[in-house]
Design a protein around this ligand. Structure first.
Ligand SMILES: [Zn+2]
Length: 313
């Protein structure tokens, strides 16, 4: 199994490792999920492509280097224009391709076709990409989401199916969206789920370990399995392979067990260093762990510890 540990926080740094010497972008794997929904597998993140007679919706645009490859892959699937981009969080690995992809699209409002696709996200994503939140420098204006939602979700009808874009308030970040294609029965989860890696808990940007578990529980409620608890609703994770509800349950259970172990160690008065030395993730590290790269097991345990050790809001 290919372990995708090149997570979104530092993926751009890995792609542009040396200024002035930009290596060729890796290839994009194209995986069919349903007749009208595909997953494009980049070096760090997945992109979801949904298309039909109304046009194309893209969930996450990866890096500037990968965006032209996304456009080429979409053109091979359909000759319809890109109408919508959804960003499931503000990280560069999901949004740095926005400008290139939106310029290639055409949005329709009041029967007038504009010369760029509409970018949808929770308002916290706009606040980060525009620099309002502080901490992150603003990105290029054309790449900012303009179709933002403020409450728990937004919904729309596109290509003959209902699509719900649901906010998970404090999970991987504070601006996470999951995208539920109700007719196709496919959910794009964003980075709060990665079947081959521990989730990145971006505490600096409003993330929460318990919030990730809560979000997984809501996803499990949304997903409906087929016979023998297999198949049914297809799950496109932020990175890693396509899964179903069963994999969500396995992942939720793993995180819940780790939460209970770390909480117990905290209650015994252990410091972070002592908890890391106790290796509360030991039996899962073969599947999800990493000793190198942008998100190591030590970093994951540290984020779990800090999140559980802080006072409840
Ligand atoms: Zn992310």
């Amino acid at each position: 199994m290919t372990r995708r540990t090149g997570l979104c926080l530092l993926a751009l740094g890995a792609v542009f490792s040396a200024r002035g010497a930009v290596p060729a972008a890796p290839e994009l794997d194209v995986v069919k999920v349903r007749d009208n929904i595909y997953m494009l597998v980049g070096p760090a993140e997945n992109t979801t492509v949904a298309f039909g007679t109304d046009g194309v919706m893209i969930v996450n645009t990866q890096s500037e280097a990968m965006a032209p490859k996304i456009l080429a892959a979409v053109a091979r699937l359909t000759d319809q224009p890109i109408r919508y981009i959804v960003n499931t969080d503000a990280h560069a690995a999901n949004t740095a391709g926005n400008v290139i992809v939106t310029k290639a699209g055409k949005f329709i409002a009041d029967r007038i076709e504009s010369d760029s696709a509409s970018i949808i996200a929770h308002e916290n994503v706009l606040n980060r990409l525009s620099g309002v939140t502080g901490g992150d420098p603003p990105g290029e204006r054309l790449g900012w989401p303009e179709d933002v939602y403020y409450k728990g979700w937004m919904d729309m009808h596109f290509n003959g199916e209902a699509i719900q874009i649901i906010h998970e308030p404090h999970a991987h970040t504070d601006g996470d969206s999951v995208v539920f294609f109700r007719g196709s029965d496919v959910i794009a989860t964003g980075d709060l789920f990665a079947p081959g890696a521990y989730p990145v808990i971006d505490l600096e940007r409003g993330g929460s370990f318990q919030g990730i578990i809560d979000a997984l529980n809501r996803l499990i409620d949304l997903a409906v399995p087929d016979a023998n608890e297999e198949g049914g609703t297809m799950i496109i994770p932020g990175h890693g392979r396509v899964t179903d509800e069963y994999d969500l349950v396995i992942y939720r259970d793993m995180l819940t067990i780790i939460r209970d172990r770390v909480r117990d160690l905290i209650h015994r008065g252990m410091s972070l260093e002592q908890v890391q030395a106790a290796r509360p993730t030991r039996d899962y590290d073969g599947i999800y762990g990493s000793d190198a790269g942008p998100w190591t097991t030590r970093m994951f345990v540290a984020a779990v510890y800090r999140d559980l050790d802080r006072p409840a809001p």
